[in-house]
Design a protein around this ligand. Structure first.
Ligand SMILES: NC(=O)c1ccc[n+]([C@@H]2O[C@H](COP(=O)([O-])OP(=O)(O)OC[C@H]3O[C@@H](n4cnc5c(N)ncnc54)[C@H](O)[C@@H]3O)[C@@H](O)[C@H]2O)c1
Length: 256
């Protein structure tokens, strides 16, 4: 029996990368998956997370079709930013609009539906997982709008945990390291980025970037009943990227 048997999950950004891997894994684990993306794709609904009316209608459709929504994984996101003195306000709005405002809007409408649901034996009504980033926990050169958006997602998630814990809704976020997806490819495939890519890979203690399936596995844990006492956490899944700094001493000691 799958770990999500009988559960209904909405996954945003489900056409690509982490969202697609999460939708696949949840389906394998027995969930009914309602996948959303801004771009059309087989089996997915077109829902732009910036569009409140579309988000509200999407939640209403899911509840009408399946009776409830047990889980939301919010994986829709965009890269972007730049040094602030040279960044247009439009770029700031674009990144914050999808990554932070989009998270607020999906959280708002899914949580409203969850609060109407009959709780399970433990008093649980649902579980929210927002995909933040290790870049929401620390700075990155040129990150600005992206890092600010992800830092916002981290603290928004903690506030959701405070507001809804006693109403039976758990809220957590995942802070991935660098994950091999089209988003990462689009950044590192730009001209002149080879040495930057190598440096980012090296910064992970495990010596590699992650796979989207490794983030899907963490999302599975957080929405499953195994995480029934986990709320308000920012779960770092980063191959040791934020564990510390490397300066070549391990290599001197023959550890590399
Ligand atoms: N890849 C990484 O290294 C990495 C690391 C940390 C966090 N993240 C975060 O994980 C999430 C998924 O990223 P990914 O790497 O899988 O990227 P991706 O580009 O492969 O997938 C993102 C998906 O979001 C969709 N999307 C974009 N804007 C949308 C909107 N307004 N409404 C609905 N859908 C929209 C895209 O169409 C795409 O299918 C993002 O929030 C990203 O910031 C990624």
């Amino acid at each position: 029996m799958g770990r999500l048997e009988g559960k209904v999950a909405v996954v945003t950004g489900a056409a690509s990368g982490i969202g697609a891997a999460t939708a696949r894994r949840f389906a394998v684990e027995g969930a009914t998956v309602v996948g959303w993306d801004a771009v059309g794709s087989d089996g997915l609904e077109v829902v732009d997370v910036r569009d409140e009316a579309a988000v509200a209608a999407g939640v209403a459709r899911a509840v009408a079709a399946h009776g409830r929504v047990d889980a939301l994984v919010n994986a829709a996101g965009v890269a972007g930013g730049g040094p602030v003195h040279a960044m247009d306000a439009a770029e700031w709005e674009r990144v914050i609009g999808v990554n932070l405002t989009g998270t607020y809007l999906t959280n708002k409408h899914v949580i409203a539906a969850m609060l109407e649901q009959t709780p399970d034996a433990r008093g649980q009504r649902g579980s929210i997982v927002n995909i933040a980033s290790i870049e929401g926990l620390e700075g990155t050169e040129g990150g600005s709008a992206y890092n600010a958006s992800k830092g916002g997602v981290v603290i928004l998630t903690k506030n959701l945990a405070m507001d809804y814990g006693r109403r039976g809704v758990r809220a957590n976020c995942i802070c991935p390291g660098f994950i091999d997806t089209p988003m990462m490819g689009a950044v590192f495939d730009m001209a002149g980025m080879d040495h930057v890519r190598r440096s980012f890979v090296e910064a992970h203690a495990l010596g590699r970037c992650g796979e989207p399936e490794e983030i899907a596995a963490a999302a599975l844990f957080l929405v499953s009943d195994d995480a029934s006492f986990v709320t308000g956490s920012a779960l770092v899944v980063d191959g040791g990227y934020t564990a510390g700094h490397q300066h070549g001493i391990a290599a001197m000691m023959g550890l590399a």
